[in-house]
Design a protein around this ligand. Structure first.
Ligand code: ADP
Length: 488
């Protein structure tokens, strides 16, 4: 069997021994095995050669006049971590060879040795150097990759010491101090959100995997308010083979441009919908004048056309109203006026108001009364929430169906549920229905007119009250939208 399996690899070997016979013997045997061999007749020359050239493997005699093998090992360990040292020694110095191994020698070969014994030891060493070099290459590759990533990278061990980071991270967090290698996380940041998600990851149970993400409190990168930096962090654990958590990896993204874009988009939508709304309302009232015959008698065909136009324009007015609402909610302009409100009163008057609409479709609309505590909320906005949910329940339920509204107290929360026996929503569509403009298109619902803005408005208002909204639904059976609001 060849000493080196990969014939393109030529390990560089240095043999340091004061016995010429050994130097020549080793050189001859190893050169035949495709190694590049240099020799040195003493420790001094050996160290000089090591300082000038990199060797994969060094074979050194332990006992030499002047600088001995121990010193050679110590120097190599200091300068070249991935060089493997093999000690050549006489039988009498077995203890020394054990000591040499403790100092970092990889193996030893007792004198006198046969060519085969030398081949076996060097072959093992070659495998070792290749592994060490692979690890070193992997490390450099990782370091280069991490350094050139535009996102911030932060790796900590289990005790929250920093073991890897990149320049992007330092730039984002505004760190300008000393090197952070092996420093505690607190040397880099005291941001509670960031340390909080890292703590959360390190506190996971063995084998548990979770991604924790959070937006870091924006901080200024310059003097002006517009220079604020918005960052989003995502942390995950890394584990050993048995699932034990060894540390955390956090990626930080600069989302300032997204935030800016979102703000600009909201401002634009708000401006456009505001500008469109009043001319549309004027058009609607003018059409009404025509339809009422106040500008002269209309023929049946003309009235029919105007009726269709007026329906479309009314749809546009509704769309611009909803767009305006949504951009106002997102800008934090609505839900500012919080007072003690009685939710049951709001629900009662809404359900009463919606009865006509329900009756038109022969739908039974009911409210189960319950004693609910007062909650601090913006009554008008909550009215909009439940008006949207009840309207949807009626719209997306076929004739003869049922819609029921219930309210109950659950711990520190009030839960309001709007249930229907309607068309339901496919499970893969559920995550999308709260997105702006998203509408489920099925055979049964394709003719229903809507904007896809009702549920995003519902969610924004509920979240502005620190509440949550969730939906359970089964196609062909019905849906339940549940809103949970905190009592105090
Ligand atoms: P819109 O009703 O204007 O389309 P929404 O945002 O209120 O917009 O709703 C988004 C989509 O969610 C609707 O298009 C509909 O497909 C689905 N949806 C909402 N409520 C219900 C419900 N109660 N039953 C079935 N589908 C519903």
């Amino acid at each position: 069997m060849a000493l080196i399996e990969d014939q393109t690899y030529q390990p560089k070997i240095l043999v340091i021994d004061d016995e010429k016979r050994i130097r020549q013997g080793c050189s001859k045997i190893l050169t035949k095995e495709n190694c590049l061999v240099d020799t040195a007749e003493n420790g001094e020359t050996g160290l000089k050669m090591i300082a000038e050239k990199y060797y994969d493997i060094i074979l050194t005699d332990l006992m030499m006049p002047g600088i001995g093998g121990m010193e050679v090992i110590a120097k190599v360990r200091e300068q070249h971590l991935d060089t493997v040292v093999i000690v050549i020694t006489g039988f009498a110095t077995l203890e020394h060879s054990i000591e040499a191994m403790k100092k970092g020698a990889f193996d030893f070969i007792p004198k006198p040795f046969t060519p085969d014994q030398l081949r076996v030891v060097v072959s093992k060493a070659v495998k070792m150097t290749r592994t060490l070099q692979d690890i070193a290459t992997e490390k450099t590759r990782l370091k280069t990759l991490v350094n050139y990533l535009t996102g911030g990278v932060l790796v900590t061990d289990k005790s929250k010491n920093i073991i890897l980071y990149n320049p992007a991270l330092l730039r984002m967090l505004g760190y300008e101090g000393e090197t952070l290698d092996d420093q505690p996380l607190s040397a880099l940041t005291t941001d509670e959100t960031l340390t909080g998600i890292i703590d959360g990851i390190l506190g996971l149970n063995p084998g548990e995997f979770k991604v924790l993400s959070a937006e870091i409190e924006p901080h200024e990168k310059g003097e002006r308010q517009s220079d604020q930096l918005y960052l989003r962090a995502q942390a995950v654990p890394f584990q050993n083979r048995s699932g034990e958590i060894l540390g955390s990896v956090t990626i930080i993204d600069d989302i300032t441009h997204l935030k800016k874009l979102d703000e600009m988009k909201s401002a634009f939508v708000s401006m456009v919908s505001h500008e469109i709304r009043s001319p549309l309302s004027t058009i609607l009232s003018q059409i009404k004048i025509l339809m009422d015959g106040l500008a002269g008698e209309l023929g049946a065909k003309q009235a029919d056309i105007l009726g269709k136009i007026s329906l479309k324009v009314a749809g546009l007015v509704a769309l611009s109203n909803e767009l305006l609402d949504l951009s106002r909610i997102e800008a934090g302009l609505i839900v500012q006026d919080k007072q003690q409100v009685q939710l049951m009163d709001i629900l009662e008057s809404l359900v009463g108001f919606m009865q006509t609409r329900a009756k038109e479709k022969n739908i039974s609309l009911s409210l189960k009364r319950a004693n609910l505590p007062l909650i601090k909320a913006d009554g008008k906005s909550l009215e909009e929430v439940f008006s949207n949910l009840i309207t949807n329940a009626i719209i997306y339920t076929p004739e003869g169906g049922k819609v029921s509204v219930t309210g109950k107290v659950k711990g520190d929360f009030v839960d309001i549920a709007v249930s229907d026996s309607g068309y339901g929503i496919a499970s893969d569509e559920i995550p999308q229905i709260f997105e702006r403009f998203y509408r489920v298109k099925t055979q049964k619902t394709r003719y229903i007119i809507g904007t896809g803005l009702g549920l995003p408005i519902v969610r924004s208002i509920v979240e502005a009250h620190n509440g949550t909204v969730k939906v359970e639904s089964k196609e062909g059976v019905g849906s339940t939208f549940s809103v949970r609001l905190p009592i105090s």
